[in-house]
Write a protein that binds this ligand. Structure first.
Ligand SMILES: Nc1ncnc2c1ncn2[C@@H]1O[C@H](COP(=O)(O)OP(=O)(O)OP(=O)(O)O)[C@@H](O)[C@H]1O
Length: 671
């Protein structure tokens, strides 16, 4: 029996996760899945990379599937829409089926599977039809034969598409002869919507039957009503994370068929947010677009059963009004609210959770803000008195330009705060390069504070690495931040994940949730504003039982940085005054921001040679080995040595236990 089965997960989902080498549930999955399946509200806090996505997605998928599966058993409609002469008993609810009477003799019918092996076409119709409303059914072609599916009136011939009372679609396109009250028929194939195929002017009261026509072919059907409204709403703080969760859901649900779960991804700035209006079970999206869709009555929340806030603390901090707006429109009966994050303990989160949950269960695995012990924390002091690289005019880095008016380009003194700040800006890039080389990094995520910093750093790395952004460049890199369009962000993330480029330079847009399998290094080029954000950033490594190294390049001085409060969010703004003086800059106090990190995590300082000392893992070697072996070893392979060790210990204990009477007897003798 699979360990996931013990948690009550259904076989089709287990099959999908086993293909991902998920043999054992992680602790957060172990605790949360039964609670969610049991119908409760859950607040789950567990370290980064501990499998929280699966912890909420698997039970949600299962309940969603069970719910739509029940609906799928509902017939197309009751007697008011069926034909008085059909073989139903009339009235009440009946299961739709293929008619055993209304078919050609060579068409064999086994429940919802139809087959014809004859050389000629054989057709048939369903037992019941519809005269109003919106309905669809699904057909799965099971072999290479010829087939056509569609709708037909009773008076049509069984060869749908060959007379004016039937409308079909097949391998050779749509088939019909005549336009018949306002109505339309359309077809989709493998999820591709072909739009309206027929606009109909049918006589009042006309009843449309599902119809089929086969030639040496087998085809199976699923009949269901079309008005499936979203049951689950999953909100993610950023597009990349929404995309990732959506992909995970598609992956986990691939064996849930007949009916198939329909998940829809809603991202701001993307055109195609319309699909879920037709039929949709799970919606994954970012706050802004979801609010817009609800306001425009495009997204119907009246059936929502699961309201999930992933990275809940960030959502609550940044999007509270939107969350309130959406939450107030959700049905409250039977609603399950799930809040997940590695950092879920702020007063704001707790207060909000009290408002929107009912007797929630806290699944708090490691206590407040726990960080995986697979991550080693280290730092380099970007001290311009110790490292003199910043004086090197040959490799001058294009800074954010905030000191253009107060420090000369060639300045090498370190007297004023401005001079110190400028020196740190010039020093950090070269420390970054040295650090990458010292650890022989082949892949790293680099966090900078602003979009401008990312872009400047990207240009610098490309130049130092040889000018080309291809793999031959030692510092091949791409950026990920809010200025990049959705498509480019996605493309850049993919390039990094696939190894096409080595470094991803990003703002905090990528600090949460992004899962890059086996990533060994994360570098804080600038520290984040909060300790929570540090936890999330470094949590991009040390995931799924892999070790990782987090390096922070920390300034010993305050650094003057842009903090745009202007209308254009910095575009064309050169107002270097401090915000309290009406400008757009602040002094960023990195030494102060470093204190809680140092107190909580005791990071190791890298020496001048960028060495961590002998006693810790050799990360350079580790990264190299990683690159030369298979990228992703199966979870079981990784667990194997531990399981063998446990088995050995267990065996020793048993042998000791069995030999205990003999030992006791010997010791008694000795006494
Ligand atoms: N039961 C499991 N067995 C093996 N691997 C797993 C299991 N559950 C999750 N993983 C893997 O662990 C990695 C991290 O999972 P996930 O992204 O869900 O973490 P998370 O807790 O949401 O992290 P974060 O807090 O950073 O968002 C993923 O690569 C995922 O495939």
């Amino acid at each position: 029996m699979s360990a996931f089965e013990d948690l009550g997960v259904m076989p089709e989902i287990i099959q999908a996760v086993e293909e991902l080498d998920w043999i054992l549930p992680t602790p957060i999955q172990q605790d949360s899945i039964p609670l969610i399946l049991g119908g409760g509200d859950v607040l789950a806090a567990a370290e980064t990379g501990s499998g929280k996505t699966g912890a909420f997605a698997l039970p949600i998928l299962q309940i969603t599937y069970e719910t739509i599966n029940k609906k799928a058993a509902v017939p197309i409609e009751s007697a008011e829409q069926s034909d008085a002469n059909d073989e139903s008993t009339g009235g009440g609810v009946q299961q739709l089926a293929w008619s055993l009477e209304d078919r050609d003799k060579d068409l064999s019918i086994d429940g919802l599977v139809c087959q014809s092996r004859a050389a000629d076409w054989s057709g048939g119709r369903a037992t019941r039809g519809i005269s109003k409303g919106k309905y669809y059914y699904e057909a799965t072609v099971r072999d290479e034969g010829l087939c056509r599916v569609g709708w037909a009136l009773k008076r049509s011939s069984r060869s749908i598409g060959t007379d004016k009372y039937s409308w079909g679609y097949g391998g050779t396109g749509k088939k019909s002869h005549e336009d018949l009250d306002e109505g339309s028929i359309g077809f989709t194939k493998n999820g591709n919507d072909f739009g309206e195929a027929y606009h109909l002017n049918t006589p009042k009261g006309a009843i449309f039957y599902p119809a089929l026509l086969l030639k040496n072919a087998e085809i199976s059907f699923s009949f269901t009503t079309m008005n499936r409204k979203p049951l689950s709403l999953i909100i993610e703080p950023v597009r990349e994370l929404a995309d990732q969760t959506y992909s995970a859901i598609l992956n986990f649900s691939k064996y849930l068929t007949e009916p198939k779960i329909e998940a829809v991804l809603c991202l701001g700035g993307e055109k195609n947010n319309k699909d879920f209006r037709k039929q949709c079970d799970i919606v994954v999206g970012t706050p802004g677009i979801l609010e817009k869709l609800v306001k425009e009555d495009q997204l119907d929340l009246s059936a929502i059963r699961f309201f999930v806030l992933d990275e809940a603390d960030r959502l609550i901090k940044d999007n509270l009004p939107i969350l309130n707006y959406i939450y107030n429109r959700l049905p409250k009966t039977g609603l399950q609210v799930l809040l997940f994050s590695a950092t879920l303990h702020s007063d704001q989160v707790i207060r909000y959770a009290e408002q929107i949950t009912k007797n929630p269960t806290w699944v708090d695995l490691k206590g407040k803000d726990f960080i995986p012990d697979l991550i080693t924390h280290s730092y380099i002091k970007a001290d311009p008195t110790k490292f003199e690289d910043w004086k090197d005019v040959n490799h001058r880095f294009t800074t954010d330009g905030i000191h253009n008016n107060d420090v000369k380009q060639s300045e090498t003194k370190l007297k004023t705060d401005e001079q110190k700040s400028q020196a740190v800006k010039l020093l950090k890039p070269s420390l970054l390069v040295k650090c990458i080389r010292a650890f022989k990094m082949d892949q790293a995520l680099i966090f900078a504070r602003t979009r401008l910093d990312c872009d400047n750093l990207h240009r610098y790395l490309i130049e130092v690495g040889g000018g080309k952004s291809a793999l031959e460049n030692e510092f091949s890199s791409v950026c990920l931040h809010g200025d990049k369009g959705t498509a480019l962000r996605k493309e850049n993330l993919e390039k990094f994940k696939s190894g096409e480029v080595k470094y991803l330079i990003c703002t905090d847009v990528a600090s949460r949730g992004i899962d890059v399998q086996g990533l060994p290094f994360v570098i804080n080029y600038t520290l984040p504003d909060t300790f929570e954000d540090y936890i999330h950033r470094v949590g991009r490594v040390g995931r799924a039982d892999r070790i990782g190294l987090a390096i922070s390049i920390v300034s010993p001085y305050q650094e003057k940085v842009w903090f745009h409060t202007c209308r254009d969010k910095g575009r064309g703004c050169y107002n270097t005054k401090l915000t309290q003086d009406g400008g757009c800059s602040v002094w960023y106090d990195e030494p102060e921001l470093f204190k809680p990190i140092a107190e909580t995590l005791s990071p190791m300082e890298l020496d001048e040679n960028f060495s961590l000392g002998g006693e810790v893992v050799n990360f350079g070697k580790f990264a190299k080995e990683r690159a030369s072996t298979v990228e992703y070893k199966a979870h079981t392979d990784q667990l194997a040595p531990r399981v063998i060790e446990l088995a050995r210990l267990e065996e020793n204990i048993q042998i000791d236990f069995l030999s205990l009477p003999k030992k006791l007897a010997n010791s008694n003798k000795a006494v």
